[in-house]
Design a protein around this ligand. Structure first.
Ligand code: MLT
Length: 387
């Protein structure tokens, strides 16, 4: 046996590196207040009703008639039915066996690489780091498409050879820039993927932040069912970053090299995964109910207000930044000649945690990302320290 040497040449995962630096800083400055606008982790406490629903579900384990053993690998029917209904409300038809309940979008978007060989991944730069790192760790080829002011931070299928197939990562609203692809732009990707026999991995983690008429699912786009896998999460929409629950749609019509990709993913999940706990899936079910939706929306509005407050500060302080109303993140140009890790250290010295832009890729150099998933008091305190 040989080890996978791709692991040796990789730097730390950016969020791990940030935690390490923050924890070192805290040790040296135990009394310094830390304002956390770094990793996009939720800060609103969980609603009591949601916890009550999950607690009751957990108590079912104490009763002989309601006790449960292993959960079904692809999820309980009750949650799948609620997801089918959610799609139906947007006139999208999704079949029960196209849904795979999982324990996080990050896991599915990386583990899906197990289905393919000789991959060339098409990834935006800057990008959510797990797309790039997972491909590098697997030794895959990567085609990076730079995002900049010139292309409005939007990744589109221009100048890509059409004589082969790709694994195409699309996150819209984009992490970190917030740019959101409209119907026509997504249609260009769907047409490109169908033509080249590529597969789109559509990361839908920030769908609940969309407030304009941009598609909230890749399946709103005609032709997507034959080329796209959609990965959605309860993490940001319902505050499940600790609880862990997500769902991935692999259409039955997604066929490559005469193979049904849905069947392959089923085989994968049955072998590599043991399912999400019953009480967590009950919590996810509640989050999709009308009562749950109202509760979730309150938290999303809270984070959206944070975005507004931060943008006002940045504007008043003459920072250059991009941010759409569809995103919890703000992509800020560094106002000095420091590189993004130097600027990260400079802000950390003041107690502010951000994500250095270069952690999202080379084209992220010169920027930082601020997350609005912070507490309101951290957001209010940050303005006095930014300059
Ligand atoms: C981010 O900060 O980009 C995300 O919250 C991290 C994640 O979802 O893993």
């Amino acid at each position: 046996m040989k080890i996978n040497e791709n692991y040796l040449s990789q730097k730390n995962y950016v969020f791990t590196e940030i935690s390490k630096r923050v924890s070192d800083f805290k040790q040296k400055h135990p009394n310094k207040r830390i304002l956390n606008l770094g990793i996009g982790d939720i800060t609103r406490p969980m609603d009591k009703r949601l916890v009550e629903v999950m607690t009751n579900a957990l108590y079912e384990q104490t009763n002989k008639s309601t006790f449960k053993g292993y959960p079904p690998e692809t999820g309980y029917d009750f949650l799948k039915k609620a997801i089918v209904k959610k799609y139906e409300e947007n006139d999208i038809s999704v079949l029960n066996d196209e849904i795979f309940i999982s324990n996080g979008a990050g896991c599915d978007v990386t583990n899906i690489l197990n289905l393919f060989k000789n991959v060339t991944a098409v990834i935006a730069d800057p990008t959510y780091p797990a797309y790039l790192d997972s491909n590098k760790l697997c030794g895959n080829d990567v085609l990076l498409l730079p995002l900049s002011k010139q292309n409005n931070y939007k990744m589109l299928p221009y100048g890509i050879a059409e004589n082969r197939s790709y694994l195409i990562y699309i996150c819209s609203p984009n992490n970190p820039t917030g740019a959101t692809l409209n119907y026509d732009e997504l249609k260009q990707w769907v047409d490109f993927a169908n033509k080249t026999q590529s597969i789109i991995l559509f990361d839908n983690a920030y769908e609940s932040f969309i407030e304009d008429n941009s598609p909230k699912s890749i399946y709103e786009v005609e032709g997507a069912k034959t080329c796209a896998i959609e990965i959605s999460s309860f993490s940001k929409s319902a505050g499940f970053t600790n609880l862990r629950c997500s769902f991935t749609i692999v259409p039955q019509n997604l066929i490559r090299q005469s193979q049904n990709i849905n069947k392959m993913w089923l085989r994968h999940q049955c072998t590599f995964f043991n399912g999400v706990p019953y009480h967590i899936q009950k919590g996810a079910l509640f989050a999709l109910s009308s009562e749950g939706q109202k509760i979730c929306q309150k938290n999303i509005n809270y984070y959206k207000k944070n975005v507004k407050i931060l943008k006002k500060y940045l504007k008043d302080l003459n920072f250059e930044f991009v941010s759409s109303n569809n995103s919890p993140y703000i992509w800020v140009k560094i106002p000095t000649s420091q590189n993004s890790w130097q600027y990260f250290e400079y802000l950390l010295g003041k107690g502010i945690v951000c994500v250095p832009g270069s952690g999202f890729g080379e084209w992220g150099e010169g920027y930082i990302r601020l997350s609005a998933f912070a507490t309101r008091s951290d957001v209010l305190a940050v303005s006095k320290l930014l300059l």
